[in-house]
Design a protein around this ligand. Structure first.
Ligand code: OMP
Length: 219
């Protein structure tokens, strides 16, 4: 069983992955869109968390804890910590933390919530578009004296960064890996979506447009 293809199927079933025509953040017209915010029920986010936990354990990355950048990363860090707690190969009870977008000046104060940031920290997010959220997370982790160990995302779109007339040879994911010297682990990628389109005739009508998009922008 492939964790990766199962995840693509699951995202389609949940309506999180859709085919059609979507304008994405870069301004490109994409034949598919992945909206992780639609994992919005207990069971679906629980299953998503199990996919994250499997991908992280299978990657072999050595880590001590999870950090989820606000807002989307908060539920991802919490639920994935639960899933890691249930993973047969994960012996330690994994701590997690997240940040507030606004610092609190009363009560316990500060911008960090959850376990103290220490050791090797995995940043968990849904997709990396421009890498802004990763940069902020890396700064928060380093300021706390901890070390970023990896970024864990749901989907790697595997597309080149930059404008159409000045495409970078690298994707945003590769740029993050190079800039911070840490791996980006994804549950699935555009390759897996393509694989599913080849294997499964249900979505055959989208195969050519996804292939054409990959030919144009893919890394
Ligand atoms: P950040 O958390 O700021 O990187 O935002 C993620 C962005 O990626 C959001 O603006 C989404 O609209 C966008 N996005 C997806 O969530 N899924 C996709 O398949 C493609 C994009 C995108 O716009 O590139």
């Amino acid at each position: 069983m492939s964790n990766r293809l199962d995840f693509v199927r699951f995202a389609l079933e949940q309506g999180v992955l859709k085919f059609g025509e979507f304008k994405v953040k870069s301004g490109r017209l994409s034949p598919y869109f992945f909206n992780a915010g639609l994992f919005n029920t207990g069971r679906s986010i629980g299953q998503l968390a199990t996919f994250y936990a499997n991908a992280l354990v299978d990657s072999g990355v050595v880590f001590d804890m999870l950090f989820g950048p606000a807002y989307k990363g908060i539920s991802l860090a919490a639920t994935t910590a639960v899933a890691l707690g249930n993973h047969p190969k994960q012996e330690k009870d994994v701590p997690f933390a997240f940040n507030r977008k606004e610092a609190k000046d009363h009560g316990e104060g500060g911008v960090l919530v959850g376990a103290p940031l220490q050791g090797k920290v995995v940043i968990i997010d849904d997709v990396i578009t421009a890498g802004t959220s990763v940069r902020e997370s890396v700064e928060i982790i380093r300021q706390a004296g901890a070390t970023p160990a990896a970024v864990l995302i749901a989907l790697d779109r595997m597309e080149r960064a930059g404008a159409d007339d000045a495409l970078s040879p690298h994707s945003a994911v590769q740029e993050v890996e190079q800039k911070y010297g840490i791996p980006v682990v994804s549950i699935a990628s555009l390759n897996d979506i393509m694989q599913l389109l080849i294997q499964d005739n249900t979505f055959a009508s989208y195969k050519d447009s996804v292939q054409a998009y990959r030919d144009k922008y893919g890394v």
